[in-house]
Each structure stands twice: as C-alpha cells, then as structure tokens.
Write a new protein. Structure first.
Length: 462
C-alpha cells in the first residue's frame, strides 16, 4: 500500500496523526504506570525480607546481666556470617541523639551500617515505626536498609535494630522489566500506528472512490455517479447526481434559448436582405452590406454563447482522429482542383474533452484556412501535453504571415486579403471557441514555410 498521502496536509493525515498520537500517549502512560507498579511491588517484597530479619533478630536478642548490653542470637542468617556477603545487621543504642553500635553481624567485619544523621531522632519521635532508607555498603554496593527501635526486657535503654541487604538484584530485575516493557510497548505502538493508518485508509476508501467517480464525470468517462456507497456517503452521491442533472438541464435551456434567438434574428435579417436585393439602389446596397454584417455578427456571438454553454456540460468527449479523418477527406474534395494534400496524424486513444461539433469547428476552420492559402500541402499533428491537455498544430506551405500580421489575424473580422472569399472571422472564431474551453490559440511560423496554427485544448482520458 502506498502512503504518499501522509506527506500531504489532508483529512487522512490529520486522522492518522490524531489517532496515532492518542494511542501512543495511552501506551506511554500505561508503560510508565506498569513500571512504577512493578518497582513498588519489588521494593515491598524486598522490604518484607528485611522485616523478617529484624523480627528474627529482635526475638533472639537478650540483655547481658553484667554489662547490660544486648546479646545477639548465635545464628540469624547464614549470609550474615560471611564477610561482605551483602546481607548485614547491627544493634545500636541511641546516645545523645547519636547511634552507638553495640553488636553487628560478622558480614560487616570491621565496618558499620551507614544511616541518616537524624535517624535516632526520627525513631525516638515515633517508637515502634520502622524506617526504610537507601544507603551504601562496605564495598560501596547499593543497600536497602531498615531500622526500628525496641525496648528489651532488663535493658537500661532502648536499642535500635538495623538490617540491610544488597539491592542490586532487585534493581536489575526492575531494569529488565522496564526494558522488556519498553520493547513490548514500542512494538505494540508501531503495530497500532500501522493499524490506524490501514483502518483510516480503508475506512475512507469509499470517499476516495467517490472522488474518482466525480473526476470520471468531469472528464467525460461517465455521465453520473453510479457506485454503491455506505449509508453515510449515499446522500452525498445522490446530491452530486442531482446537481449535475440540474446543471445539464440549465445548459440545455441555454442551448434552447440560443437556438430560439438565432431563428428570431435570422428571419428578419433574411427579409431585409431579400427586400434590399429586390430594390437596387444606394440605400439597398447599404442595407444589404449592413444586414450581412449583422448576420455574421449574430452567427459569431451565438456560436460563442453555444460554446460557453457546452463547456459547462457533463464532460462529453470526442475522438480527435475521427474528426481529423472526416475533415481531411472533406477538404481534399473541396480543394481537389488545387491539388491539396492533407497529412494528419493522431492516436486513436486521443480524445478532446468537449462536443464533436466544437472540435469540427475548431479544427475545421484552421484546416480550411490552411488549405485555402497553402501551395498544396497541409500537415496536422497532435501531441499530448499533460493528462488534461492536448496540442493540435495545423501547418501549411503557403506564404505565411509576419509577426504583425499574425497578431492582427485573430482580430474579429480582420481580413488580410480582401480579394479572398470569407468573412474574416475564421481565426477569431477559433480563438474565442478555444478560450471558451479554457484553451488557447497561437500563430507561428510553420516548418513547411507557411503559417502554423497551434491550439491547446482540454483532453479527456481514454
């Protein structure tokens, strides 16, 4: 699956970032909570061992009748008998707020358990309450220690029992658990992010399909949206179909109005021309000339209005090759006395995004103009500029035009040679019709030596 969409600021990207961020935050908090709970449980279990050692020590300790000093039991723990084993105990007496060691385990050898400076005061403030703390052992190893104060029968003063054990194993267990938890949650997080991406992508697939169907309608591949969509998107698809149907209805009404206007204007103009031709004279010549000019202008503007209306339609497409073949055969027959040869080339899968009549008018005017002025050769070539644009070039081997003449040739009604038949609207019609489709017209010098008419027009996918 491709994930290029993640590089674009889109709905998919925002949904993925939001869902993935929330999931990762929950996983991170969960991992931290689990690590803390494991650490606390491990420390509590470790402290319980110290409590049992202190209880055993307290139960076995007696007071020497002669010295009034505490006597520890002969054996409390095998590890406490081995020097620097990591398990230690000692019995102290508080003297003026300072703990004086009276008895200690053999594992301490000639060392003493380190304690906080205020430990004696804290124990005196709350007798019987154990105090846990961290310290360092004889070999500078990390120790977990416990101290409690007790009164022994026959003793002259209270004593403080202290026990400590190397906490390196439990710290190692905590680190291993945290590492394993981090790796597990990292893998889980990566899996959840991937699942979110796939879920969002799959969940929005109907929306992407709807977008493609709308694009197909715009490009002329389909007339309406026909896919099956979920309940949430079906109303949107129906509304889009209704909107396109409404637009098509508006276009059809415009075409009807244009046709009605054409008939309404042409009939009075035909009557005026017939009357002026029936009554020769200076006034009749003026009426005839102006009526003919009016009819040309009406044809020109009605053609432009129809083209503008058609460009708002449903995206009809027309085969370029079929149109060029038809025009070439027709024009070669029309100009057969001149011996015109039209060489054209277009791919069978090249389509113009518009109506056939408009392409006939665009290419027909350009090719007719080339056939009229050429010496005998006309060449028509097509080229795909982009997925949405095509180029149509019509070249001839005629006299061509200078840059100034090429600029003037597209002006409405301009005729560079008054002796030639025609209204002078051909190139201007091409220009305005191409613009109505969002295209363009460019006049250039042809390789054959004459004029090159270059059209850029909308392209429909095959």
């Amino acid at each position: 699956m491709k994930f290029e969409f993640l590089r674009r600021p889109s709905l998919v990207r925002r949904l993925v970032i939001l869902a993935a961020g929330w999931s990762l935050a929950v996983l991170l908090v969960t991992a931290l909570v689990l690590s803390m709970l494991f650490q606390q449980a491990a420390i509590r279990r470790f402290d319980q061992g110290l409590v049992e050692l202190i209880d055993n020590l307290t139960a076995g300790t007696t007071i020497d009748e002669a010295s009034k000093l505490p006597l520890a039991p002969a054996l409390t723990d095998l590890r406490a008998l081995r020097a620097y084993s990591g398990k230690y105990w000692q019995i102290s007496e508080p003297v003026n707020g300072v703990l004086k060691t009276r008895v200690r385990s053999r594992s301490l050898w000639d060392s003493e358990l380190k304690s906080p400076p205020d430990l004696a005061l804290r124990l005196a403030a709350d007798p019987g309450k154990p105090i846990f703390y961290d310290t360092r052992g004889p070999l500078n190893e990390p120790l977990r220690a416990m101290a409690t104060r007790a009164e022994l029968p026959g003793g002259a003063a209270p004593v403080v029992f202290m026990a400590a054990e190397d906490r390196s194993p439990v710290d190692r267990d905590i680190r291993n658990f945290v590492t394993a938890t981090a790796v597990a949650f990292l893998l889980l997080g990566v899996g959840m992010v991937a699942a979110v991406v796939i879920q969002v992508r799959v969940g929005l697939t109907p929306l992407f399909a709807l977008r493609h169907e709308v694009a197909y309608v715009r490009r002329g591949k389909r007339e309406r949206i026909e896919g099956v969509y979920p309940t949430e998107l079906k109303p949107l698809a129906d509304e889009l179909n209704a909107l396109m149907a409404h637009n098509q209805e508006v276009v059809e009404r415009q075409r009807t109005h244009v046709g009605n206007l054409a008939h309404a204007l042409k009939t009075p103009l035909s009557v005026m021309l017939a009357e002026s031709q029936a009554q020769p004279g200076p006034l009749a010549e003026v009426v005839t000339r102006q009526s003919e000019a009016m009819r040309q202008q009406v044809d020109h503007h009605l053609r432009r209005a129809r083209a503008a209306a058609r460009t708002q339609g449903s995206g009809e497409r027309t085969s370029v090759a079929d149109v060029l073949d038809e025009l070439s055969r027709t024009l070669e027959r029309i100009f057969q006395d001149k011996g015109v040869t039209i060489d054209w080339d277009a791919d069978d899968d090249l389509y113009f995004l518009g109506e056939r009549q408009d392409l006939l008018e665009l290419a027909g005017n350009a090719m007719e103009n080339a056939a009229k002025w050429c010496k005998g050769r006309v060449r028509v070539r097509t080229e795909i500029i982009s997925p949405e644009r095509l180029r149509l070039s019509v070249d001839d081997d005629g006299p061509g035009l200078s840059p100034a003449e090429r600029e003037a040739a597209v002006q409405r009604g301009a005729r560079l040679d008054e002796s030639a038949p025609g209204s002078g609207l051909g190139l201007n019609i091409i220009d305005e019709l191409a613009r109505a489709y969002g295209g363009s017209l460019r006049l250039d010098e042809a390789r054959l030596g004459g004029l090159s008419v270059v059209l850029e027009l909308p392209r429909a996918e095959a």
